[in-house]
Design a protein around this ligand. Sequence first.
Ligand code: ADP
Ligand code: MG
Length: 616
Amino acid sequence: MADIIHLLPDHVANQIAAGEVVQRPASVVKELLENAIDAEASTVKLIVKDGGKTLIQVVDNGTGMSPTDARLSFERHATSKIRNAEDLFSLHTKGFRGEALASIAAIAHVEMQTRPASSIVGSLIKIEGSSLISQEVTAGVQGTSIAVKHLFFNIPARRNFLKSNQVELRHITDEFHRIALAHPSVSLHFYSNGSEIAHLPASNFRKRIVHLFGGKTNDKLVPVHEDTQVVKIEGFICRPEYSKKSRGEQFFFVNNRFIRSPYLYHAVLNAYEGLIRADHFPGYFLHLEVPPASIDINIHPSKTEIKFDDEQTLYAILRSTIKHSLGQFSVSPVIDFDQDPLLNTPYAFRNRDASQPQVAVDAGFNPFKSGAADAYTASVSKKRQQHALEHMYLGLQSLGGDRDLSAAGNVEPETMASSIFEGQAEPEENMVTTFQLGRKFILTTIKSGILVLHQARAHQRVLYEKFLRIITVRETISQQLLFPLKLSFSKTEMNILEELKDNLTSLGFIFGKREDEWLSITGLPALIPEVEAGIVLDRLISEYQQEVPGASFSQSDLLAKTLAKTLAIKTGDLLETTSQMALLNDLFACKETELSPFNKPIYITIPEGDIAKKFN
Ligand code: ADP
Ligand code: MG
C-alpha cells in the first residue's frame, strides 16, 4: 500500500490553529492587547470598525521589534516569552504559546509597523492569509501597531457565523474591560467607528473600576486585603445591598490574568451567605496573586481557565477574607459610610422619595455567628410576601383589566378552565378550593383528581404572554411618572439600551434625556412597578449580553422572557387563596398552558384512581 500520511502545509496548519485561538473579533482584541501589555507598553490604543469585522487595530508604545523579530513573530511557535518547558512554571507574561500572530495572519489581512527603541528605523510588514505580501523599512514611532483587516476573509463559513456588529462590539468591550481592570497602570484608549468609547488614564484599581463602570460604583466598593504565603488578595467586593439579579460585574484576576473559576466564585458566594437574597449575585473585582509555579494556565487555549495546586486552601482563605471585609463593613458603618445620605441611597432611588428597599440587609449581621442566616431569612420572607402579593395583583391586572380580587373565585371560565374545574355551575355554593403547598405549588381538585400547579412557572407563563402581546401588538400602556426616574448606566449598558430601545418603547418605556451616565425615564410600562424599573433594566441588559451566540434569537422574545422571569412570583412567596385562584384562572386563559416560557412543565395531574390505588 502506498504511503498516505503527509505533513499539512503551514498555511493549512495555521488556519486550523486559528480555529482554536480566534473565535471572533474579540479574541483578536484579547491577543493583541495582551501582546502590547507583554511588550511593557504604558499607553495602548484600541481601534475597531464594524464590531471588529472590518478593522481591529492596536497601537502600543512598548518595546517594538527588530526587522527579523517582526518577520518571525508571525511564525507558529515563535515566541520571545519562554525558551524551555521549565519556563512555563515561572510565567510572568500573558502569552507564551507563540501562536496568536500566526493564527491571526492565517485568516485576515495584517499590517504591522514596529520599531524598537534601539533603532531609528522600523519595519512595515504586510501578510494576507499567511503569505508575506511585503516587508519594508519605514520611519515611525517606537512601539508596535498591528492592524487586522477583513477577519475570516478566507473562511466564509466563519465570517457568516459572526453576529451583528453590536453584539461583536460587546464581546470586544468585555475583553477590553478585563484587560483594563487587570492593568490599571496602563493608559488605555478605545475607539469604535471613529467615536471614543473609553479613555482611561493610568491610575489605581479603584479609580479604574469607577472610570469603567461609572461614578455610582464608588459607593458600592468594600476593600478586600489579605496577604498569606499561599495567596495575596487585593481588590473590592460590592456592598451586599448592591447585589444584582444578574451576574454583572464579577471579575477574578490571577497574576493579572482574567480567569473564570466556578470554584472560587462559590467561595465568594458562600461569604455573602445571609447577606444577599438567594437569587442575587454579588459584584466583585478581585486580584489574586499566587506563586507562578502553583498554577497551570496551560489547560485552555483561550487561557481563561486555570488549575491551582491547592484549591481548597485558596477557597478557605478567599471565603474568610471576604467574610472579614463584609463583617468590618457591617459592624463599623460609621467609618466608611457615614456620608451624605443621598450618596448612600441605591442609585435606582436617587432623587426619589424613600420607599421600600429592594434587598433586605441585616445591619447587625455578624458573619461569624451561626444562626445569623436564619434571622435574615425570616426578615426577608416577610418582605417577599408583600412583594408577591403586589405581583399577583400585577398579574391580575394583566388580564381582563380591572378584575376584582374578591370576586376572583367567582370568575366564569370559558376556556379550558371550564372543562377541567368541577363545580363551576353554581359558584356560590360549590366554590373551587385551592391551597398552597410548600410555598411552591398550588393544589386544586379537578374532575379527574388533583391538579398540582408550579406557582412560579405559571405566573411566568401568564406574564410572558402578556408582555409578548404588548410588544408585538404594540398595545402600549404607559404610566407617566410624576418625577422622572434617573438611572445610571455605564457606556456599554447605554449602548445595549440603545439597541433595545424600539422594543422597550413599544413596551411602554418612555426615555427622556441622557446625560453622560444618567438616563432619565419619564414613563414606564403599566405592568412594571417604579421601584422595579432599575432592576428590570439591569436584568434585561445582562440577559441580552449573555445571549448565546448562534442561537436563533428574537429580541422581543428575550425581552418578554426576561420580564416574565424578573417580575413573576417566586417559589417561597406566600399566596392568599384569592391570589391562588386568580393565578389558576389567568394560566388557563393563556394560549399555552402546559409549559413555562423556559419549556418547563407548569402543572401535573394526579388521577383519583392513582390515589385510590395507594389505599389498596
Ligand atoms: P506569544 O505572545 O504567545 O509569545 P504571539 O504570537 O502573540 O505569541 O507573539 C509572538 C511574539 O511576537 C511575541 O513573543 C513577542 O516577542 C512578539 N510581539 C508580538 N506583539 C508584540 C508587540 N505588540 N510588541 C512587541 N513584541 C511583540
Ligand atoms: Mg501573544
